[in-house]
Write a protein of this length. Structure first.
Length: 218
């Protein structure tokens, strides 16, 4: 199967309202252009700023691409990431969130972000634990001067059974609901699901899935 066929297959498997984001960290600008030309995907994600800075300039004519940042973000790169990406899915601590809101305001840029949260305790992964997120939410809520806090993002540890994936994604969905109900923030986006677990994620109401291997057969 080629890119167009694989993407068509994925669209048949997911509800029409789920946003399919092509993760292009392992492909070059030419393959991004091919994806753009041969599919209806307009959302593309990179996990490294440098990689995006290399690819985006040669794709400037594709002006309706929406770029998503999904990698761990260091504070010294925050400004550039705010300038280059409409969405940041991987905001994983309060200090970073506060910094991003300040930079977005200073640069007069409206940006959408997701809060990255760990569904299961996983020492190697970035993100708030569920407890930390709940405890800090009053401070998090204040960071909407120029940012729009749209939802939660999660990455599951590898090696889970299908049942465990469903349980973990459901926990994140329920957390978004309860935080929305008890605050002024509407977390209506769930960025969850990668090539190995997007079927479980959409079964648990994911609104954005981030796929690399499933599209590019890496
Ligand atoms: C690489 C990556 C993906 C895509 O993973 P695949 O297994 O290739 O689908 C999704 N989300 C994040 C944060 C990633 O770094």
């Amino acid at each position: 199967m080629n890119i167009a066929e694989r993407v068509a297959q994925i669209y048949r498997e997911i509800p029409a309202n789920v946003r399919l984001i092509a993760v292009t960290k392992q492909v070059d600008a030419q393959q991004i252009r091919q994806t753009y030309n041969q599919t209806k995907i307009r959302d593309f994600a990179e996990n490294r700023l440098q990689s995006a800075l290399e690819k985006k300039p040669v794709l400037q004519d594709l002006s309706d691409i929406c770029w998503h940042f999904i990698g761990h973000l260091q504070s010294n790169k925050a400004k550039k990431v705010i300038q280059e990406f409409e969405w940041i899915h991987s905001v994983d601590n309060l200090a970073l969130l506060q910094q991003l809101d300040k930079i977005a305001l200073q640069n007069n840029l409206q940006r959408s972000i997701c809060l990255q949260v760990k569904a299961l305790s996983d020492p190697n992964k970035f993100g708030w634990t569920i407890n930390q997120l709940q405890q800090e939410f009053a401070e998090i809520e204040k960071c909407q001067k120029s940012l729009s806090i749209r939802g939660l993002m999660t990455i599951l540890p590898i090696g889970l059974s299908s049942e465990q994936k469903i349980a973990a994604f459901s926990t994140i969905r329920d957390l978004a609901k309860s935080l929305s109900a008890s605050s002024t923030v509407t977390l209506d986006q769930l960025s969850m699901g990668m090539s190995g677990d997007y079927k479980e994620a959409v079964a648990c109401s994911a609104t954005m899935i981030r796929l690399g291997q499933a599209i590019y057969s890496l």
